[in-house]
Write a protein that binds this ligand. Structure first.
Ligand SMILES: Cc1cc2nc3c(=O)[nH]c(=O)nc-3n(C[C@H](O)[C@H](O)[C@H](O)COP(=O)(O)OP(=O)(O)OC[C@H]3O[C@@H](n4cnc5c(N)ncnc54)[C@H](O)[C@@H]3O)c2cc1C
Length: 321
């Protein structure tokens, strides 16, 4: 038996999540006293994965799989799991895995649990801690099937460097034409910006900023911090900011290390998307704003006064380094 990790990439480039899921898989393999195999599909620089414990890297290079296709990817991962005799299959929690995981679980006849945040607390019975109710609670889930499929929540385990010998092998799964009845013909992505799903630091603005003309100070703060910009739902509904920046229950969930919320009240639907952020800083004029209850640090003050001063201080701090 082995542990199989699927390390996803974006246009061939591995993101931090691929290294995180590999680090996690390596530790699970150690717990199970077995080997880790990492599967890649059309990835560049796959050897980077061996810095995080990938003892064996299976490489699929196939033009048909350039764009994500849940059915075909599930087929390929299933065949890799069979080839490597893997009982524990681990993927990350990106948007694609929401489509991929259920199909893969059916194909593998595996029990599946999502949003896992820690190493298995037991291998027999196989028990993992996962977040639930929009990260308001945790539960321990037991998977009783022979094969187990889990998705690791982003930023929950971190990167663990563990350099092993680069051992790569080509793999060509047999693909089923029926899986390509619906295909993406082109993808337009926002270019040149850190997306909120991947950002380590996020500066987010709400309706308290009064209008789109005031976003300059949000962008200035984001620039000095190397952060992505985000917003609350009304801000994107009003067209002040693009929908790709909308955070929350009906927007994107974030798992950044730092989330700075400026002029955002902290409605439950917004908090649902930011609960997984590690440190939350709130700037709001209203001391009763609900966001303060969820915050690690809070500044009661006018954003138009506080934010430019904060940006100036950060610039000063950086120039003295
Ligand atoms: C089904 C459903 C789904 C929803 N999904 C989402 C979602 O995914 N994401 C989301 O964000 N919302 C969502 N909402 C909307 C949510 O309920 C709130 O209405 C919304 O989050 C409020 O946005 P806001 O905090 O920017 O605005 P407001 O509620 O208007 O709050 C503005 C805040 O700015 C503060 N403020 C004002 N002036 C200043 C100043 N000068 N300096 C500093 N602070 C100032 C105020 O004190 C206030 O706290 C959803 C609602 C429903 C019903």
């Amino acid at each position: 038996m082995s542990v199989l990790v699927f390390a996803d990439n974006s246009e061939g480039k591995f993101k931090k999540t691929a290294f995180e899921v590999t680090s996690y898989g390596k530790k699970v393999a150690e717990q199970a006293q077995t080997n880790l195999v990492v599967l890649t599909i059309n990835g560049n620089d796959v050897s980077e994965l061996s810095n995080y414990g990938a003892e064996k890297i299976l490489k699929i290079n196939d033009e048909k799989l350039i764009n994500f296709n849940a059915k075909a990817y599930a087929d390929a991962i299933k065949q890799a799991a069979e080839k490597e005799n893997a009982d524990i299959i681990i993927i990350d929690s990106n948007i694609n895995s929401l489509y991929l995981a259920p199909i893969l679980a059916v194909k593998l006849e595996a029990g599946y649990t999502s949003n896992v945040v820690a190493l298995p607390s037991s291998l027999n019975p196989f028990t993992v801690k996962r977040k639930t109710f929009s990260t308001k609670a945790f539960n321990f889930t037991e998977i009783k099937t022979a094969k187990k499929l889990i998705s690791l929540s982003k930023n929950s385990y971190g990167l663990v460097e563990n350099s092993v010998k680069d051992n790569e092998e080509e793999f060509s799964p047999s693909l089923n034409d029926d899986d390509f009845n619906v295909t993406s013909t082109s993808i337009d992505k926002t270019k040149g910006k850190v997306t909120i799903a991947d950002a380590d630091i996020i500066v987010s603005g709400g309706r308290g900023l009064k209008g789109p003309e005031n976003w300059g100070m949000i962008e200035d703060l984001a620039e000095v911090l190397g952060a992505a910009t985000a917003c609350s739902k009304p801000v994107s509904d009003l067209g002040w900011r693009p929908h790709s920046e909308h955070v929350g229950q009906t927007g994107k969930p974030v798992a950044s290390n730092l989330y700075i919320a400026i002029g955002i009240s902290g409605a439950i639907q917004h908090l649902a998307g930011v609960n997984a952020a590690k440190v939350k800083v709130v700037i709001n004029t209203d001391p009763e704003a609900p966001f303060f209850k969820a915050a690690d640090y809070g500044i009661i003050g006018d954003a138009f006064d506080v934010v430019p001063k904060l940006t100036e201080k950060l610039k000063e701090f950086k120039s003295n380094q």
